[in-house]
Write a protein that binds this ligand. Structure first.
Ligand code: B12
Length: 215
């Protein structure tokens, strides 16, 4: 059944039909799938397929944009339809690094944390370094999550981590996204609490960071 829903969601993306995409999400919920499963198995999977079709030149960049916009509407719909876990009283600031336009993966990661009860503040794409570091300084989040999709932005990730540390030396920072197949060397060089490629890994990092602490 999930496979059938996945196909229907992808068809909606390829047709640019956001209402049909939302209807597929509603069908999934009615069938008893939870929001986390639908986000991962329909929206994330659909977006991955759209990306691959674009990479393989089987769809145009215009159709990729159209499909991405359907995925964004579906994510927003799931955001409202999903029950929230009990609040953890931990604030997490999620942002793309300067120059990084791929906000969709960061939004997926942010929503995963929010559904699990974290108080998430999402800054989105391409946030200027000084402004981002200034927000960390002013807001004093319990965790900063920096999202990077293009390897090209890794030097800027490094500069951003340094600048945040100058202003707020002890704030835990997690880094991740599609920019690296193996994040481990980058994570150990930057001395961050963790790094990875998936929202599930991010959730484990957050849980490990706060485990044992009183909220
Ligand atoms: C949609 C898209 C865009 C959209 C983004 C819109 C948006 N609002 O995000 C737009 C049109 C802006 C765009 C622009 C570009 N893009 Co683009 N884009 C994509 C596409 C099709 C999908 C990206 C996506 O959403 N993937 C799906 C998500 C769900 O993937 P995911 O990484 O698994 O998501 C998880 C992780 O990222 C993780 N995560 C996120 N943040 C964090 C943080 C932490 C700490 C952790 C642990 C985890 C984590 O959580 C997510 C959920 O599990 C991909 C193709 C693809 N196959 O991915 C290309 C792709 C990423 N883009 C690419 C390119 C080249 C570009 C451009 C340079 C194109 C151009 N010539 O202008 C520009 C660069 C813009 C910039 N400066 O950043 C290339 C990158 C190649 C490379 N390997 O470097 C790709 C792979 C396509 C390709 N092969 O050509 N793109």
């Amino acid at each position: 059944m999930l496979a059938e829903l996945r196909h229907a969601f992808l068809d909606a993306q390829l047709a640019g039909d956001a209402r049909a995409g939302v209807a597929v999400i509603e069908r999934g919920l009615a069938l008893g799938y939870d929001a986390t499963t639908l986000r991962r198995e329909l929206v994330r999977a659909g977006q991955e397929t759209i990306g691959r079709l674009w990479q393989e030149n089987r769809i145009s960049v215009a159709r990729e944009h159209m499909g991405t916009s359907v995925a964004l509407v579906a994510l927003a719909h799931l955001y409202w339809r999903a029950p929230l876990s009990a609040p953890r009283h931990r604030r997490v600031l999620v942002s793309c690094v300067p120059g990084e336009q791929h906000a969709f993966p960061a939004r997926l990661a942010a929503d995963t944390l929010e559904l699990e009860g974290y108080d998430v503040k999402f800054l989105g794409a391409d946030v200027p370094r000084e402004s981002l570091a200034g927000m960390v300084h002013d807001m004093k989040p319990d965790l900063v999550v920096l999202s990077v999709t293009l390897a090209f932005h890794l030097p800027e990730l490094e500069r951003t981590v340094s600048r945040i540390r100058e202003l707020v030396p002890d704030v835990p920072i997690a880094i991740g996204g599609g920019a690296c197949s193996d994040w481990a060397p980058v994570a150990s060089r930057l001395g961050v609490i963790g790094a990875g490629r998936s929202a599930e890994e991010l959730l484990s990092m957050a849980e490990a960071t706060f485990r044992g602490e009183q909220a």
